[in-house]
Design a protein around this ligand. Structure first.
Ligand SMILES: NC(=O)c1ccc[n+]([C@@H]2O[C@H](COP(=O)([O-])OP(=O)(O)OC[C@H]3O[C@@H](n4cnc5c(N)ncnc54)[C@H](O)[C@@H]3O)[C@@H](O)[C@H]2O)c1
Length: 338
């Protein structure tokens, strides 16, 4: 089976492409390579890498593809606010284009990487039937991309949406702007964990390999079960309050629990139910927050991760690219970007 992964050189994508390879899939990675080639360098001889943009790639890339896993996006709230129109162009219109072209070109399955951020912040425990409340450009674009993809679902096109919890753990394109990874880096650099005030806010988390496996699980499920469906991706026991999360991270690394507060009190809190994916697809997570914290800490200690790499803070890197105009088509065509 030939699978095209957009954003395949990203934080989740570079883990997912490796897992797909391990399972014997033939993999095409379509990515602007905003974070460079490094995340897929090691596997470059085993996958097809197309340096292209979801907004204007040549549709022939989809010929012979059986399934699309659509991950390319400006991947968090702050990055999404740098240039809201570009965020809509990429995260909504770009991904809607991928889905539409996939259907037109005879691709049979499509999975959209969405986010639990579409729920906004709501009391109680949210499930897939809860009303959505997208508060940021990033969340709004996700919700619009979801609608566009689900509208295409039908007997010839199996479309599924995965709303992922906040991800953590080691990846070849590392992100230290994600809560758990950032806590580990804070301890590694300063011996103290930064905690966003007031620490009582609940958030759902999922390991990068577990969320990658959810994409594969959908791919391997009976189309009748996943077609037109939305699934939250994570596990109920990884809904955690931020202060408790920091304690878990410190405990996992085996260090005294020293911390610094930052930010103004964040009253936004939400818990998510992951019952549907467990019940419908028999999906369960394999990694704990402690596993993720330990693996990131080890990678920092062993020099496999560089905590000072400017590309690991997504919003800062996109700001830099925008300032040097590298998000434009002209620059891509000039070949200035890697
Ligand atoms: N990491 C998380 O915690 C998390 C949580 C929920 C949802 N998601 C979603 O999962 C997906 C992957 O997230 P990630 O953490 O791997 O992000 P990432 O930023 O590491 O990866 C995104 C990849 O997409 C590529 N890309 C961006 N714009 C592109 C374009 N116009 N055309 C082609 N390629 C483009 C980038 O070069 C990058 O390699 C995103 O859609 C993100 O919104 C992530």
């Amino acid at each position: 089976m030939r699978v095209l992964v957009t954003g395949g050189a990203g934080y989740i994508g570079s883990v997912l492409t490796r897992l797909l390879l391990e399972k014997g899939y033939s993999v095409v990675c379509l990515d602007r390579l905003f974070f460079g080639m490094d995340p897929v360098k090691e596997i470059a001889d085993r996958i097809k890498i197309v340096k292209g943009d979801v907004r204007w790639f040549d549709p022939s890339v989809l010929d012979g593809v059986d399934a699309v896993l659509d991950l390319a996006a400006l991947s968090n709230d702050p990055a999404g606010e740098l240039d809201p129109e570009k965020t809509m162009d990429i995260n909504f219109r770009g991904r809607a284009r991928v889905a539409r072209l996939a259907k037109e070109r005879g691709v049979r399955r499509y999975v959209l990487a969405s986010s639990c951020s579409v729920y906004g912040f709501q009391d109680g425990t949210i499930d897939e039937s809860s009303r959505i409340n997208p508060l940021t450009t990033y969340a709004k674009a996700n919700s619009m991309a979801e609608d566009a993809a689900l509208k295409l679902s039908g007997s010839s096109f199996c479309a599924t949406v995965l709303r992922q919890a906040t991800v953590y753990g080691f990846s070849h394109r590392m992100r230290f702007d994600l809560a758990i990874n950032g806590m580990v880096l804070g301890f590694f650099k300063n011996g103290r964990i930064p905690i966003m005030r007031d620490g009582k806010q609940w958030r759902p988390f999922v390991h990068v390999k577990d969320t990658s496996n959810a994409f594969i699980r959908v791919l391997e499920s009976d189309p009748d079960v996943v077609n037109g469906q939305v699934f939250n991706v994570g596990s109920d026991d990884q809904n955690v309050q931020i202060f408790e999360l920091a304690k878990t991270v410190a405990g996992a690394i085996g260090v005294p629990f020293e911390y610094d507060w930052y930010g103004s009190p964040d009253n936004r809190s939400y818990r998510v139910s992951f019952d549907k994916i467990a019940r419908t697809l028999g999906y369960s997570t394999s990694y704990t927050i402690a596993d993720g914290a330990r693996e990131v800490f080890s990678a920092l200690k062993e020099g496999r991760l560089n905590g000072d790499d400017p590309r690991t803070i997504t919003v800062k890197w996109y700001k830099h690219l925008l300032e040097s105009q590298r998000l434009t088509r002209e620059v891509e065509l000039d070949g200035v970007v890697l």
